[in-house]
Write a protein that binds this ligand. Structure first.
Ligand code: NDP
Length: 444
């Protein structure tokens, strides 16, 4: 494989898909050497079959808002690769959703799921519908209309969706309800379900907790204690809040959180009471992070991201490309020693280059945020068994998986001087398993 030629070809075929091309470029550059050690990969044209999704469904969703107006949105499901298990990946509802973003997410998901050691392929879906400002009934009608089209293409052994940005327990519940009605089955077709109907304990916490467990592994390689460390977190949704929750319980200082309108700065670190307030504000009342600043009188930067605040550790947990080269340089100048990604692809290629050049601990999302889909895999296992595991059982399993992902990254990413390049490690480890499975299954 000549990476530049492959990328030029993909650029020509998919010119309007920058996020997809960015994700593919990162992976191909780090697996090139390993790939070229196996001439059979090239003979089987593994690279194209791995980069281009198996199939994509694109459809219109029609729904009625509270005023009686009939509205339409675009919706998708990208089934990227099912070599190692049924397609698996979340659903995103956000005004910015387009095919490029979902293709990048499905591509990343394939390698992430491979890293978890569980039997899950990669997929992603979503719509440019924004739940922000919509009533419960509007969200329900949209979710139902989305599933009325998608239900034919998903199933417990086919494709198992879950949540992502804009899709939490409420939306999964509505989608699962409509799926159950259309398919006439009560199965583990969605993960992130309510506990009363097949959900798993620790699933809501899993991505944030898993990211912290991964971070602890990274810090341990340099003998660094998390206690007292200042951590900047972006976002205040599912991933961000449970990351903060775990960090506070470990004695770290969470000095910032944000939403799409701005960031708060709390240099002394959020208290448990303040954290509970943020959780209720964002998860239950669906308010704005600005309201936290108004209540507690802290600094609030309208439209700003948290990366200019002095911190030891950054945990981006909002969205893609939210740390650019300037942000990365600001973090490094302020003494940041570790970046562990809760979000998918939150750092631009320039930012990643800065982190690796500075040889700080840097964990890409596909390794650090794999805890969410891991516990989704455990939810699928519990659904198949028709059993529920205890919180301790699930959390212990999550711990083991995150430790194992860290070991895989160290195995494949260690460089001559002892520096662990987690990007390379995660990409190679994730790739090798999918590649071997595809080779065994013939040309499909
Ligand atoms: P949520 O919808 O619960 O929260 C998203 C948060 O990020 C909100 O605070 C939101 O702000 C903010 N945000 C979203 N888009 C933007 C944007 N364009 N600019 C600035 N801020 C933004 O989503 P999750 O917490 O579930 O997901 C966050 C990230 O983690 C995503 O990248 C997702 O792909 C990734 N992830 C999630 C997993 C999960 O289990 N949920 C698993 C693995 C990865 P606002 O409140 O204003 O909308």
């Amino acid at each position: 494989m000549n990476v530049n030629e492959v990328l030029a070809d993909l650029n020509r075929r998919f010119p309007n898909e920058p996020e997809y091309l960015q994700a593919v470029s990162e992976v191909l550059k780090s697996i090139e050497d390993v790939y070229n050690q196996f001439p059979e990969f090239e003979r089987y044209n593994l690279v194209e079959r791995l980069c281009i999704p198996d199939r994509i469904f694109t459809f219109r969703v029609t729904w009625t808002d509270d005023s009686g107006k009939i509205r339409t949105n675009m919706a998708y499901r990208v089934q990227h690769n099912n070599a190692i298990g049924p397609y698996k990946g979340g659903i995103r509802f956000h005004a910015s959703v387009n095919l490029s973003i979902l293709k990048f997410l499905a591509f990343e998901q394939t390698f992430k799921n491979s890293l978890t050691t569980l039997a899950m392929g990669g997929a992603k879906g979503g719509s440019d519908f924004s739940p922000r400002g919509k009533s419960d009934m509007e969200v329900m009608r949209f979710c139902q209309a989305y599933i009325q089209e998608l239900w034919r293409h998903i199933g417990p052994e086919t494709d198992v969706p879950a949540g992502d940005i804009g899709v939490g327990g409420r939306e999964v519940g509505y989608m699962f309800g409509m799926y159950k009605k259309m398919a006439r089955e009560h199965s583990g077709t969605f993960t992130g379900k309510g506990l009363e109907f097949g959900g798993s304990l620790v699933r809501p916490e899993a991505t944030g907790y898993g990211n912290v467990y991964f971070l602890l592994n990274m810090l341990a390689t340099r003998g660094i204690d998390i206690k007292g460390k200042r951590v900047a977190i972006s976002g205040s949704g599912n991933v961000a809040t449970y990351t903060a929750d775990k960090l506070i319980s470990l004695g770290a200082k969470v000095i910032s959180m944000s939403d799409s309108d701005g960031s708060i700065y709390v240099p002394e670190g959020l208290t448990r009471e303040q954290m509970d307030f943020i959780f209720e504000l964002k998860q239950i009342y669906r308010g704005r992070i600005r309201e936290f600043a108004e209540k507690y009188g802290c600094e609030y930067v309208e439209g700003g991201r948290p990366w200019s605040f002095p911190c030891d550790i950054a945990m981006p947990s909002a969205t893609q490309n939210e740390i650019d080269g300037d942000d990365a340089r600001a973090l490094l100048a302020n003494g940041c020693i570790a970046v562990s990604e809760g979000a998918n692809m939150p750092s631009t290629p320039e930012a990643i280059e800065e982190f690796i050049k500075a040889k700080i601990l840097y964990a890409p999302g596909k390794a650090a945020n794999a805890g969410g889909v891991s516990v989704s895999g455990l939810e699928m296992a519990q659904n198949s068994q028709k059993l529920s595991w205890t919180a301790k059982e699930v959390d212990d399993y999550l711990h083991r998986i995150m430790n194992d992902i860290h070991s895989q990254c160290v195995k494949y990413g260690s460089e001559g001087d002892g520096y662990v390049n987690y990007v390379k490690g995660a990409n190679i480890a994730g790739f090798m398993k999918v590649a071997r499975a595809m080779m065994s299954q013939g040309i499909l």
